[in-house]
Design a protein around this ligand. Structure first.
Ligand SMILES: [Zn+2]
Length: 108
């Protein structure tokens, strides 16, 4: 996992506080599991009300950045946020169903 400088939020295009590359796994339709990485973004607008982001958003509400003076305070908050982001898994089954419906429509 890496935590990096903020990009713009891909949802609202506003400035994000933080980005992180986290590992994730995806269940494939034949039962296998694919592992990869995805980038998650901490956005003060879109993540408001998200429990996993609450601690970090509160941190950034009073501090501009994570530096050597507040790193020990920020580290567990970053860890909590990233861990919850990484727990989200995606299933390929729903997508397969949509593809089948689309293909069946073509054959009508
Ligand atoms: Zn946003």
């Amino acid at each position: 996992m890496t935590v990096g400088a903020a990009l713009d939020c891909p949802l609202c295009l506003g400035p994000a506080y933080l980005t992180a590359r986290v590992p994730y796994s995806m269940t494939l339709s034949h039962g296998g599991t694919a592992h990869g990485h995805r980038t998650v973004v901490l956005c003060p607008g879109c993540d408001r009300g998200t429990s996993s982001a609450a601690g970090l958003l509160a941190f950034f509400a009073v501090r501009e950045r994570i530096d050597h003076t507040n790193f020990r305070e920020a580290a567990p908050l970053v860890q909590e946020w990233v861990q919850r982001c990484a727990e989200v898994t995606y299933s390929g089954v729903d997508l397969d169903g949509e593809v089948e419906e689309w293909a069946a429509g073509l054959m009508d």
